[in-house]
Design a binder for this molecule. Structure first.
Ligand SMILES: [Zn+2]
Length: 266
């Protein structure tokens, strides 16, 4: 198996990794660099055979999660290249695409599911659901020609699904030959107590609601579902009514989870 990191090793985001085995290739993520000017996006598409011209050795692209720095250049790839992404992640992208600048939805993707292997030519890819601010995010185990590569994608341990990180530590994929790990916050130390969790934030929101009368405004990403849930829980605990805009409601509905705040009647 051969690996080629096209982008993302020396910057945050813009991730794109090409994996080759037995003359076939898979690409893990095709991210937009965070500092990319809008007008240059197409020129930033990595030089991967099959992206711009037909090449049957390219078997597809796996998208770890629905953040632009991991999928943002995918709109410039030939549309017949197969794409895999989490189903809820795809639904969120699709729902959001009419609302956001440069919105993109894959036309007919195949879906990744937690710890359910996918056989693609010489590759066997097993997604591992991870805790991240993007909903439905996966690490990917790629196996071929007797070798095993584990690509972490973006992950954390202090979100609402931190248990997934503990689960990965307790039962990691064995015998990994190469670990490709995202490390945006490796250089950040946090506080002596570590990073603030979503539960810590929930308490801070509750505290803010107690301290201040009248209406509160919260400015946050609508696609950060964990954060919306944090705000919802804090509002509930404080006896406050949570109002969300239509875009947020559409994104929450796209998660397919009937426990999300969109089912609150306001
Ligand atoms: Zn991300």
């Amino acid at each position: 198996m051969r690996l080629r990191i096209h982008r993302g090793a020396k910057e945050i985001g813009g991730t794109c990794i090409e994996v080759e085995a037995a003359g076939k290739r898979l690409v893990l993520d095709v991210g937009l660099p965070l500092d990319a000017p809008d007008e240059e996006q197409e020129t930033l598409l990595p030089e991967v055979p099959g992206f711009r011209e037909p090449d049957s050795s390219l078997l597809g692209v796996m998208i770890s999660h629905a953040h632009q720095d991991h999928y943002g250049l995918a709109a410039h790839i030939r549309p017949e290249v197969p794409v895999w992404i989490g189903e809820a992640g795809h639904n969120i992208l699709k729902a959001a695409s009419v609302w956001v600048p440069n919105g993109h939805a894959f036309s007919d993707p195949q879906f990744l599911a937690d710890r359910t292997p996918v056989e693609i030519g010489p590759f066997r890819v097993t997604p591992y659901l991870v805790d991240h601010s993007a909903f439905d995010a996966y690490a990917l185990l790629v196996e071929a020609e007797g070798k095993r590569v584990f690509y972490s994608g973006d992950f954390r341990a202090h979100g609402r699904k931190g248990a997934l990180f503990e689960r990965l530590l307790c039962s990691p994929p064995p015998d990994i030959d190469v670990l490709l790990m995202e490390g945006t916050t490796l250089g950040r130390t946090g506080t002596a107590e570590g990073f603030e969790t979503e539960s810590d934030l929930e308490e801070r929101f509750v505290e803010a609601c107690r301290r201040t009368e009248g209406m509160h405004f919260v400015w946050t990403s609508s696609q950060n579902i964990d954060r919306i849930v944090t705000i919802f829980r804090a509002a509930k605990k404080s006896g406050r009514l949570l109002l969300i805009d239509l875009y947020t409601a559409v994104v929450l509905e796209a998660t397919g989870r009937d426990t999300s705040p969109t089912h609150l009647r306001c």
